[in-house]
Design a protein around this ligand. Structure first.
Ligand code: ATP
Ligand code: MG
Length: 508
């Protein structure tokens, strides 16, 4: 009395098929699970036993051996419950034993036999489809998220009895289809760019950053509207493309953060507090989870009051900012999660906030200013494409009642610029200018003669690093895209260079 069915485990965002082999034989009644099972899977034994009983079946008084193969892969997660329970029921002859080789079973059991939704259903199903699985039995609560994947039958199940009837042909379940997933184009927000008075330079830099997915640092005195403007960034971010949405949803799925259990449709905007630890930013932990940098994938990581973050926390950001992925080392595996985010940070120029302000006197000593600025290391600064300084809004602008540009108007321009980029990089799995590699930059960031001359002069004068040089070209590419131009001309490169002159002023 033997059975074999498939389930799935995740490592990072990759799913692997696990064969669950069950053997029932005469002998002392035992229930053993072998094949490198994690502590969480040992708990599964109790759930399986109770769920089988409470579903009205007899739990066999035999020697039960469950083997999870391949043995060298670490198995984690409660989604194995369903396959273990069904393996036993098939071996007992309660469920018909046919060929289940193109089917996978995913689900966590409750003690009463009902199926609970699991974390990571979407990445599992994407991998299973690639591994040629044709049908997937999933908990009812995971059905929306699962049906995002095409070319695989999704059978949503509420409890153990229902799946037994379904497999025995007593209950027909129509594969679940999601009728058209729409990505919202016009999101409603209760805040808007038109709330921000004055600060034209800041608004422009946010538009450029949003259009190309560039990192941005805002420096200015207290109350100048830095936080206010950054919080309005989501209102001008470009629409999430379907491929990007899938990537984001996979991450939220393994993190257990999918709200409606369906596709994430908006670009993430994560704003961790400055007391955040390196682990919460980067990811990891005993049961490894993606950190803020991955939760901000294809969206924004907003670090308000940048120098308040612990220095070591800021330093760990450097690697994902460069590579677009994070690597987490564990005892017996290394996991990688995607982390292509746009970092937006704000800070005051000094501890009191008024350094360089013509209206207020700065009360800080030079030493304390230096210490404050030194929290942001040069390699980190170097990775920020756009630096922008803001001054306090003046009274006249604040009182003025003229109609200001709305988020919708800015978002339309941003979307146009992003569409140009998506088209240009089609098939390269690049979604925005910020993701261009040095080789791509050579190919796509063509300067006219005037722009080339300006860049040459600036390179000599400011002694840019090679990284800074490349970043300026990427920003200039975005500015040209906003302008609808194929070749980067003088004014584009001038604006891009201007965004890199501030670091010299404060850190020079
Ligand atoms: N440009 C502006 N237009 C309209 N209101 C503004 C503007 N700048 C600031 N304010 C008002 O001042 C408040 C404080 O601004 P905000 O918190 O953005 O300042 P900040 O630059 O982040 O300051 P801090 O350095 O202290 O964090 C805002 O909530 C808003 O009401
Ligand atoms: Mg603020």
């Amino acid at each position: 009395m033997y059975s074999k069915i498939n389930t799935c485990v995740l490592q990072g965002l990759n799913g692997y098929i696990i064969e669950v082999e069950t053997d029932l034989s005469r002998g002392l009644p035992v229930f053993n699970i072998v094949g490198l099972p994690d502590a969480s899977i040992k708990e599964s034994k109790e759930r399986v036993r109770t769920a089988i009983k409470n579903s009205g079946f007899e739990f066999p008084l035999s020697r039960i051996i469950v083997n999870l193969a391949p043995a060298n892969l670490k198995k984690e997660g409660s989604q194995l419950d369903l396959s273990i329970a069904l393996g036993i029921l098939i071996a007992m002859g309660i469920v018909e034993d046919t060929d289940y080789s193109d089917t996978a079973f995913i689900g966590e059991l409750s003690l009463d036999g009902s199926l609970n939704p699991v974390e990571g259903a979407l990445p599992m199903i994407i991998s299973l489809r690639e591994l040629n699985i044709k049908r997937c039995i999933v908990p009812y609560g995971n059905k929306n998220e699962s049906s995002v994947v095409e070319d695989i039958e999704i059978i949503p199940i509420k409890n153990l009895n229902q799946v037994v009837d379904y497999l025995n042909g007593k209950d027909e379940i129509i594969p679940y289809k999601n009728n058209g997933i729409l990505l919202d184009e016009d999101d409603k927000f209760d805040i808007d760019f038109s709330d921000i008075k004055g600060q034209e330079g800041l608004k422009r830099s946010l538009e450029v950053a949003a259009a190309g997915g560039h990192n941005l640092l805002i420096i200015g005195p207290p109350g100048s509207g830095k936080t206010m403007a950054a919080k309005r960034l989501p209102t001008i971010l470009p629409v999430l493309s379907f491929d990007e949405a899938i990537e984001v949803t996979k991450i939220y799925s393994v993190s257990g953060l999918l709200e409606s259990n369906a596709l994430v449709k908006k670009r993430p905007f994560r704003a961790p507090h400055h007391t955040a630890s390196s682990t919460s930013l980067i990811g990891g932990g005993r049961i490894p989870k993606p950190g803020e940098v991955s939760l901000a994938h294809n969206g924004v990581l907003f670090l308000d009051e940048l120098p308040e973050f612990k220095r070591e926390v800021l330093e760990v950001l450097r690697q994902p900012m460069e590579d677009g992925v994070v690597t987490i080392s564990r005892v017996n595996a290394t996991l990688t999660y995607p982390a292509k985010f746009m970092m937006v940070a704000s800070m005051n120029p000094c501890p009191c906030g008024y350094y360089g302000d013509s209206l207020h006197e700065c009360t800080c000593s030079q030493a304390s200013i230096d210490r404050y600025l030194a929290k942001i290391s040069n390699p980190l600064l170097d990775r920020i494409d756009i630096h922008i300084e803001v001054l306090p809004v003046d009274y006249k602008e604040l009182r003025e009642n003229k109609k200001l540009e709305t988020s919708k108007e800015i978002r339309d321009r941003v979307n146009n610029a992003r569409t140009i980029q998506l088209k240009r990089y089609e098939g390269d799995s690049i979604y925005s200018n910020s993701q261009l590699s040095p080789k791509d930059i050579k190919k796509y960031c063509k300067l006219n003669k005037e722009a080339d001359g300006i860049m040459k002069e600036a390179f000599k004068r400011y002694r840019f690093s090679a990284r800074t040089y490349n970043r300026i070209l990427k920003v200039a590419r975005t500015i040209a895209d906003l302008d609808g131009q194929d070749i980067i001309v003088g004014k584009h490169i001038l604006e891009a260079i201007r965004y890199r002159s501030l670091d010299k002023k404060y850190w020079g």
